[in-house]
Each structure stands twice: as C-alpha cells, then as structure tokens.
Design a protein around this ligand. Structure first.
Ligand code: C2E
Ligand code: MG
Ligand code: MG
Ligand code: MG
Length: 296
C-alpha cells in the first residue's frame, strides 16, 4: 500500500541518508578498540518457565557505551561489526564473558540457569566455530547443557548445509541450539524436521498480535484468528519435540494466551528488561529464598 511504501521510504531515508556518514565511520572505527577500552558490556534478560514462573535462563545482550555518541543500539552496531569482521573477536568475548558469568552465579550457590548467546552470520562462517565455542565453554568449566546458542532463522537458512554441520557438532557436545526470530525467515518448513535444534524462539511479531481476544475463534473485533500463527508454531514445535520460547512478552493478556497455547518459556518487559548481571544475581537469590520458604 501507499502507506507502507511511505513508511519504508522514511526508514531508508533515516538510516541511509540522515545518519551522517562521518558518524557511521566513527562508529565503525571505534568498534576496533571498544573492547580494549572497556566500552562493551552485557545485559542479561531473564527467561521464565511458564509452568513454574521461575527464571530458568537468561539471554546475553551486548551493549556499547560510546564515549561521544552514548549508548548505541545493537541493531545499529552489530551490522558494522559484521562488516569489519570485529564481530569475531567481540563474539568470542561475549561467549567467554557470558559463560563465566553463568559459572559465577553457580559458584555463588544460586539456582542454575542456562545462558543464551546470539551468534552472527560471520561467526557461523568461521570454519572452526564449533571448536572455539567448545573450547570457551571448557575453559569456563560450564556444563555444555547450560549454553544455548541462538541463530536467527534468516541466517540459518542462508547457508543451511554449512550451518547444519556446525549445529550438529555443537549439539553432539550437549550445547543447546535455538532458532531465533522464528517465523520471519521466509523459510520452507520442510527443513525443520531434520535440523539439529532444541528450541524455537517465536518472534515478537506474533506475540504482539496476542492479548486482544480471539484465541478460541474470532477476535473480539471480528477479525479471524489473529492467534493462528502463534498457536501453530507452538503445536508444530511440540510435535517435533522442540521447546518454544516467546520473546517480547509485554502484557498479562499476551501471557495468558501463551499459557493457553502451552508455550514453554517467555521473556519480555512484562517479566524483566535486560539487566546488569548483579541484578540478575539478586533475582536468582530471591527466587532461591522463596523456594526454601515454600519447602520449609
Ligand atoms: P534478539 O536476539 O531477537 O533479542 C531480542 C531483542 O528484543 C533485544 O533487543 C531485547 O532487548 C528486546 N526485547 C526484550 N524484551 C522485549 C519486549 O518486551 N519488548 C520489546 N519491544 N523488545 C524486547 P536488543 O538488545 O536491542 O538486541 C537487538 C538484536 O541485536 C538482538 O535481537 C540480536 O539479534 C542482536 N544482538 C544482541 N546482542 C548480540 C550479540 O552478543 N551478538 C550478536 N551476534 N547479536 C546480538
Ligand atoms: Mg536472540
Ligand atoms: Mg529474537
Ligand atoms: Mg527479535
């Protein structure tokens, strides 16, 4: 439609033209020593088990505090890091730091959780990516089953055969593998049945449509089954013996619908924003205390 076209144009304009080339270049160059200068850090967003409402995992999300431009969105600097290849050393650092943090929570006696780390296209194309991941996990002494690697559906299907091999060797070692942003990659569903994968992360696009009534037929406003895709993703995942995590859950109505569909886990602002590691540690400690009180 003309409106959608207009919106797209504005988006293109703002990213390609109104962002000063000099700033883009400065960010691109700045990424080179962002790591050495301690400008990168990680926030952790809790993932909640819907059956128990307990935190069972966290997703590691990379942040960049730039000395001049302030906090830069990963949506903006990750593509730059991909272009320059800096994503490879930065990605190694994220993995190592996130695994070490998980280990530190365990060593502090907190309830064990899994840590999800996002992998980029360029990292996956690195020939020894599986060996590097396993080396890092080994170094930090984390059980392999506590690491969950997220690969977006788009990246996954871009080079399906190569990625399948990487995923298979990681999974053989016990590392979990998730398909991120599931439902947005325009892939054939056929590949799913033979893929070495553990978890589907339902994209926020589908979650956003929930919570308006309509789970059992027509929506309150008369629209037909706005929930159909989310329901189908959960049902299909379970038939394939995969778990489903919903992302971007923002309100109780959406959560109610996900509960009704039998979705396994969820993350989103309704539960927690991405948080500094210390705050996650405090949440885990409180969770352990509550569990102890219930048991007593
Ligand atoms: P993603 O992996 O799909 O991560 C989920 C994004 O949704 C995060 O954005 C998170 O902050 C945001 N989010 C969480 N809950 C809600 C909610 O309730 N509502 C809304 N509207 N958003 C929510 P963020 O942190 O800006 O990251 C954006 C993307 O950048 C990530 O999407 C991921 O693809 C990429 N990314 C982040 N960290 C890394 C990294 O260490 N390595 C790589 N390769 N990519 C990363
Ligand atoms: Mg992710
Ligand atoms: Mg995602
Ligand atoms: Mg997403």
């Amino acid at each position: 439609s003309a409106r959608a076209w207009g919106e797209n144009t504005v988006q293109l304009y703002s990213s390609a033209v109104s962002e000063p080339q000099s700033e883009r270049l400065a960010l691109k160059n700045g990424l080179r020593d962002a790591l050495a200068r301690d400008q990168l850090f990680i926030e952790y967003q809790p993932q909640v088990d819907l059956a128990t409402r307990r935190i069972v995992g966290v997703e590691a999300l990379l942040r960049w505090q730039h000395p001049v431009y302030g906090r830069i969105d990963p949506g903006r600097f990750i593509p730059l890091a991909e272009e320059t290849g800096m994503i490879v050393p930065i990605g190694d650092w994220v993995l190592r730091t996130a695994c070490a943090q998980n280990r530190a929570w365990r060593d502090a006696g907190l309830p064990g959780v899994k840590t999800a780390v996002n992998l980029s296209a360029r990292q996956l194309r690195h020939p020894d990516i599986a060996a590097r991941v396993l080396e890092i996990v080994g170094d930090t002494g984390l059980p392999c089953g506590c690491l969950d690697l997220e690969i977006t559906e788009g990246v996954l299907i871009d080079d399906l055969e190569a990625n399948r091999a990487v995923m298979a060797s990681l999974r053989a070692a016990g590392v979990l593998v998730s398909i991120d942003d599931f439902g947005t990659g325009y892939s054939s569903l056929n590949y799913l049945s033979e893929l070495p994968v553990d978890i589907l992360k339902m994209d926020g696009l589908f979650v956003r449509r929930l919570g308006h009534g309509g789970g059992q037929g027509l929506a309150k406003d008369g629209r037909a089954r706005p929930y159909a895709i989310a329901e189908a993703i959960v049902a299909m995942a379970h038939r394939l013996e995969l778990k489903v995590i919903a992302e971007c859950v923002e309100n109780a109505e959406q959560l109610g619908d996900l509960d009704a569909m039998g979705c396994d886990e969820a993350q989103g602002y309704l539960f927690h924003r991405p948080l500094p590691a210390e705050q996650v540690g405090a949440l885990l400690a409180r969770q352990a205390e509550q569990a102890a009180m219930l048991a007593a």
